[in-house]
Design a protein around this ligand. Structure first.
Ligand code: GLA
Length: 691
């Protein structure tokens, strides 16, 4: 990285941005609740149980040399902690935690419940999960337990409690990870009984369920809850949605079972979390995070195709689970072992990714894994240290990240990303669309990223939040596909617009109610009156359809909705050109002033260029300005602010050099010099202090 020093005046836009952000920032952030621990953490997943104790000190010394100050341990070590039923051995874990402390490395403890020991599953096969086709898992691999099994939960509670009794007040243990990557539900008899009880609790009388599910269709009418099948596809859309809700609640109670074992024995400063998987939609993350302290996720690209927009959206999504800074609990040291071609990130991109995580609000970045196990299912995965115990090439790049975290940690302490733009993530809508895509290429997550991309580019900060989150701080709220729109959510959104917010709804919005039944008003259902228009018909597209308006022209692909205006003050923004006859010259996007704000409906999956023109116009109308204007393509600008402080992270995601003009002199925290422009090599970064 090189810097230039010519001084330029602060632009009005940037002055506005800085003044708007710095004093209003209230969210507090730090990596841990322990004031004696570093404010940014760099970590590795370490498996001491796989190595002779005589080797541990050498590993920890190599970590310390790379500025690693965190290890996560224990999450698959149940058979080492409880080798026989009720016989515990924690001596090795005591030693590992102590030795880590000697090297100034703090510890997150994983409860080992993603990998039950063979004695447990052999003696109690009813704890094993059953798949949708009624096939029970055998012992082997991992995650072979039933999330609903009361017997499994009893064992999980016991091991978590034993760990908490021993380490709940260990000054070197800063937090807990429950299990590992919650994923597959179980269809065992106990889970089915629980699902029926869950439905009974929700609907009370079977008649209510029959009504909301429209069970007259195909003779599905039920006389009692026990008759209801348990499936996750090829079923009534209402059943499918309720199954997802049940799965979400069951994972939440699965967490609660372990939280109730840990919390009574744990220092209040120790957080409890679990590690999630970005866009994974097996359950509703907002439900599952309601009893966790922080959000944490496993950030894998899988191959060399690092799409920084998609990855940035996944960071912002995770931050939105608790609306505060989060952890990257795992990320790849260059490459993984589970993709079709496990190609590597280029030299420099591991550092680029680490800083993107920090820019989006991570306070810890942890690599999976420290060292290749000699055997086991993941021998080819990227590591920092090879089987021979010496560093692999990426070690030095991660060491550089560690050095930079040390230099910038103090400035970043108490800061969090800032945004006046929000993108809505709604699991019900994603599920509802995925159950019946109508066009198999319509991926609701891809459509979210299509909207996210120009918003991030132009606003340089996006929050990804649930449809129920408070909205008043946002100038622009975009719901790319709010397919399921219950009346209550519609009121929440309408209230936001009436109070001065700008609400944008993307294609397929407002079609369904909370039971996944069609709304009897046309789209956007309960918001059609406020919009002053409605969708007359939706069309899945095989070919591109031309679209144009005052903002520009382009095409619609995959999906196009024929819109009509009902109010004279609803303005048409875009119209379709000639295509199937139905769409010809019909509105594709309309907007209307509502109270002090506006509602805009975009009924088509627009191409990137046209959508970028639309979002630019919406941002302008909403008064949203970038942090730094005129940055080169492929350069990301991340602002983190706290009380009386703000830090800007610049990331050059290109593999070529770029030049960036700053609005005024800023301090480079990596070498303590002041500059008004920055030159970055490919994949290089800069960390600049505003105040
Ligand atoms: C997941 C798991 C880890 C490891 C990595 C490999 O994230 O949590 O245990 O298997 O994948 O990429």
């Amino acid at each position: 990285m090189q810097f230039h020093r010519p001084l330029r005046l602060l632009t009005a836009a940037t002055l506005f941005t800085l003044l708007a952000f710095a004093p209003s920032c209230t969210a507090f952030s730090q990596a841990t609740e322990y004031s004696d621990k570093p404010s940014l953490l760099l970590g590795a997943a370490w498996y001491p149980e796989q190595w002779p104790e005589s080797r541990w000190d050498a590993d920890l010394a190599l970590m310390e040399a790379a500025h690693i100050n965190l290890v996560r341990i224990g999450e698959f070590a149940w058979s080492a902690m409880e080798p026989y039923e009720g016989k515990y051995d924690f001596d090795w874990l005591d030693h590992a935690i102590k030795l880590a402390e000697k090297h100034h490395i703090c510890v997150v403890l994983g409860t080992p419940t993603a990998a039950p020991p063979a004695w447990l599953t052999t003696k109690y096969p009813d704890t094993l999960r059953v798949d949708e086709n009624s096939v029970r898992d055998e012992h082997g691999n991992r995650q072979q337990f039933s999330f609903a099994s009361s017997r499994y939960r009893k064992f999980a509670h016991e091991i978590a409690e034993k760990m908490a009794e021993r380490y709940g007040h260990n000054s070197n243990v800063i937090g807990w990870q429950l299990d590992n990557e919650y994923a597959a539900p179980s269809f065992d008899p106990e889970a089915k009984t629980q699902f029926h009880a869950w439905l009974k609790a929700k609907y009370g009388k079977i008649e209510n369920l029959n009504d909301h599910w429209t069970t007259a269709y195909w003779s599905q009418t039920y006389d009692n809850f026990d008759e209801i099948p348990v499936r996750q596809d090829h079923e009534n859309p209402a059943l499918l949605l309720d199954w997802k809700h049940f799965v979400s609640d069951t994972w939440k109670s699965y967490s609660e079972n372990q939280i109730s074992a840990i919390r009574p024995h744990a220092d209040k400063r120790q957080f409890i979390t679990t590690n999630t998987m970005g866009w994974f939609d097996g359950f509703d993350e907002y439900v599952v995070h309601s009893n966790l302290d922080i959000a944490a996720w496993d950030d894998y690209i899988g191959n060399e195709h690092y799409d920084y927009f998609d990855n940035g959206a996944r960071h912002d999504l995770t931050r939105g689970f608790k609306n505060k800074n989060f952890w990257v609990m795992e990320t790849q040291p260059a490459f993984v072992n589970w993709h079709r071609i496990n190609s590597t990130l280029a030299r420099g991109q591991v550092r680029d990714m680490a800083w993107q995580a920090i820019g989006h609000g991570a306070d810890a970045v942890e690599y999976w894994q420290w060292r290749s196990a000699l055997n086991g299912q993941e021998q080819y995965h990227g590591v920092l240290v090879g089987a021979d115990g010496t560093p692999v090439p990426v070690y030095d790049e991660i060491k550089q990240v560690g050095d930079e975290f040390e230099k910038t940690g103090k400035a970043l302490l108490g800061t969090t990303p800032q945004s006046s733009v929000a993108l809505i993530n709604d699991y019900d809508s994603r599920w509802a669309i995925n159950f019946q895509r109508h066009n198999y290429t319509f991926d609701p997550v891809a459509e979210m990223v299509v909207f996210y991309k120009p918003l991030l580019n132009q606003a340089q900060g996006v929050d990804v939040i649930s449809a129920q989150a408070p909205l008043s701080k946002y100038k622009l709220v975009v719901a790319s596909g709010l397919n399921v729109l219950p009346k209550e959510t519609a009121h929440h959104l309408l209230d936001y617009a009436q109070q001065g917010g700008n609400l944008v709804l993307g294609p397929r919005s407002g079609m369904k109610d909370e039971y996944n039944a069609l709304n009897i008003e046309r789209q956007p259902g309960p918001l059609a009156d406020a919009l002053g228009g409605r969708v007359d018909q939706f069309y899945a597209l095989e070919d591109k359809v031309p679209v144009s308006g005052d903002l520009g022209s382009g095409t619609a692909t995959l999906w196009a909705e024929q819109i009509s205006t009902k109010s004279s003050d609803a303005k048409v923004l875009l119209r379709y050109g000639a295509s199937n006859g139905w769409l010809d010259n019909q509105p594709a996007a309309i907007t209307r002033k509502v109270g002090k704000g506006s509602i805009t409906y975009i009924g088509a999956w627009l191409d990137d260029d046209l959508l970028a023109k639309v979002t630019a116009s919406l941002l302008l109308q909403s008064g949203v300005q970038p942090v730094i204007s005129n940055t080169p393509e492929g350069v990301e600008v991340c602002l983190r602010a706290g009380t009386n402080k703000s830090v800007i992270i610049l990331i050059n995601h290109n593999n070529t050099d770029v030049h960036i003009e700053l609005p005024r002199a800023m301090k480079n925290l990596l070498d303590d010099t002041s500059h008004t422009s920055v030159d970055l090599h490919g994949y290089d970064i800069a960390v600049l202090q505003e105040k």
